[in-house]
Design a protein around this ligand. Structure first.
Ligand code: UT7
Length: 336
């Protein structure tokens, strides 16, 4: 059995900055409320009909990660793409990456799992590399939320939180089992599926023809719905649990953590976890202030920025953790 390790990281966000003040011109909200409740100051929202689609942003992030990894595109054995906002209902964006990067006909897998999508995707890539089936795997998390949000006062509880962007990582084989990805931990609890949900279009409940037939201006089924406080309460518990689970699996105490890269759901959630694990400001990386919550893209964007800023050094214990819609949650323990 091998380990896997990350050898290249990249991210891409659209140029268009949307501040909290910009939002207050679209809906009844204000900078003070958004910053106090979430920590967010601004986010990127792609210009409509630009090349900044979910696949387009993912491809840009992937190109940077491939270059930094120092590999050729033809060395990539497999693609894993995590998103809740694919360009098309099907096929998913993995195949668009294979085509746009002109990679040979390797497998391309699309992962859902929303805010935990990147953690799930890393876990999948890690398993393929561990068994020896693949050597180099491209993992992407990309999200285009802005086109699907309710940008009126009705949707303010959700729409002020989410932003667009993409991040990517190249995972490769590591023969030293004490290095690289040490373990991954995944969970789900479907009884809470509808606490953070986008119902339509979905074949089970409400498809496009139902929406067209009803033609109801009050229809909210095609906008994301979140029971914010309930999600928040579960998030802080599950983040803590799954980080503890990862540490215990590797016989590590919380003092062993060099840096935690949490999914950027809410600055208050990150601060709660920071306190719970007695971590300093430098040990928890946050960039939600600039980008909002980019779901599957948030960890790879944050990981890339932390790495670019020199906050991750060889030998560091790096912990990734995520929680979100499903509910799904997970963690990754890395010896960098
Ligand atoms: O990434 C996936 C996981 N997601 C999360 O973990 C998110 C977890 N939840 C949260 O981050 C928070 O619950 C939110 C940021 C979504 C909301 O914060 P909150 O402190 O839980 O606020 P709330 O939903 O309880 O709303 C409080 C008040 C309400 O008004 P009333 O009923 O007290 O009069 C809302 O209508 O704030 C109002 N409100 C707003 N006011 C101004 C809701 N959204 C806004 C807004 N601007 N954008």
């Amino acid at each position: 059995m091998y380990n896997s390790k990350i050898i290249g990281l990249g991210y891409y966000v659209p140029d268009n900055v949307v501040t909290n003040d910009d939002l207050s011109k679209m809906m009844d909200t204000n900078d003070a409320w958004i910053q106090e409740r979430t920590g967010i100051k601004e986010r990127r929202w792609a210009i409509e009909n630009s090349e900044d689609t979910t696949s387009g942003m993912g491809i840009k992030a992937a190109k940077i990660a491939i270059e930094r990894a120092g590999i050729d595109k033809d060395d990539i054995d497999f693609i894993v793409f995590a998103t809740l906002s694919p360009d098309m209902y099907f096929p998913g964006p993995g195949v668009q990456v294979q085509h746009a990067l002109d990679i040979k006909t390797v497998g391309a897998l699309d992962v859902r799992n929303q805010c935990s999508g990147f953690v799930y995707a890393i876990s999948i890539a890690d398993q393929y590399i561990k068994t020896g089936m693949y050597k180099n795997v491209l993992v992407i998390g990309s999200e285009l939320h802005s086109h699907g949000l309710d940008k009126t006062t009705r949707g303010r509880g959700v729409s002020v939180i989410f932003g667009d962007g993409a991040g990517a990582a190249i995972l490769t084989r590591e023969e030293d089992n004490t290095k690289g990805i040490l373990s991954t931990h995944l969970h789900s609890q479907g009884e809470h599926a509808e606490e953070l949900v986008l119902v339509a279009p979905g074949m089970g409940k409400r498809w496009v023809n139902d929406i067209l037939k009803d033609n109801d201006p009050n229809d909210e089924s095609y906008f994301p719905h979140m029971n914010g406080q309930f999600v928040f309460k579960n998030a802080v518990v599950r983040f803590s649990e799954v980080i503890m689970e990862g540490l215990a699996k590797n016989n590590l105490e919380k003092e062993a953590i060099d840096i935690l890269i949490p999914h950027q759901a809410n600055l208050r959630i990150s601060q709660f976890i920071q306190k719970r694990f007695d971590l300093s400001d430098d040990q928890v990386f946050n960039n939600i202030q600039k980008y909002g919550n980019t779901t599957a893209a948030s960890i790879p964007i944050a990981l890339t920025e932390a790495w670019e800023e020199g906050k991750i050094k060889e030998g560091d214990v790096v912990v990734l953790a995520a929680f979100g819609s499903g509910f799904t949650w997970g963690s990754v323990i890395i010896k960098w």
